[in-house]
Design a binder for this molecule. Structure first.
Ligand SMILES: [Zn+2]
Length: 139
């Protein structure tokens, strides 16, 4: 069958949830680590070219954006406070921080979405089937 997933014995499943997240954050397939996870910027492939894992069932939805906003907001909040308390005008602070925030959000969105998809797959959430290496069978 052309769409049959490669069995876990034929691919290198990640050793744990952290390596799976790193594979997703690198925009590679969290299951095999061999092929691209995204066909466009935030559009995952329907199926991994290498291991045939079905990624069309992922339901990351808006969660990557929430994580990105949370992280970028916490990174920039001290900078804004320091600029305002250091005497920089509010308009200049806004003019500097706004483009920085947009660039940071746009650059972190794909790695965060890849990590979220990897987490969903690793935990077997939604339509994903939970898989583990034979030497790592704890949940
Ligand atoms: Zn794969």
């Amino acid at each position: 069958m052309p769409h049959q997933r490669l069995s876990p014995e034929l691919i290198q499943l990640p050793a744990g949830w952290l390596p799976a997240l790193f594979r997703g954050a690198k925009s590679t397939c969290p299951r095999c680590g061999e092929a691209a996870l995204f066909r466009k910027w935030l559009k995952p492939v329907d199926r991994c070219e290498h291991c045939k894992q079905d990624w069309s069932v992922q339901q990351a939805d808006d969660f990557p954006a929430y994580i990105g906003i949370f992280v970028v907001g916490h990174l920039l909040a001290p900078v804004v406070i320091a600029m305002i308390s250091g005497g920089v005008s509010a308009w200049l602070t806004l003019a500097i921080i706004l483009p920085v925030a947009v660039v940071l959000l746009l650059t972190t969105l794909q790695p965060v979405k890849g990590a979220v998809i990897a987490f969903l797959w690793w935990q077997g959430i939604g339509a994903f089937k939970q898989e583990r290496r034979e030497d790592n069978l704890e949940p």
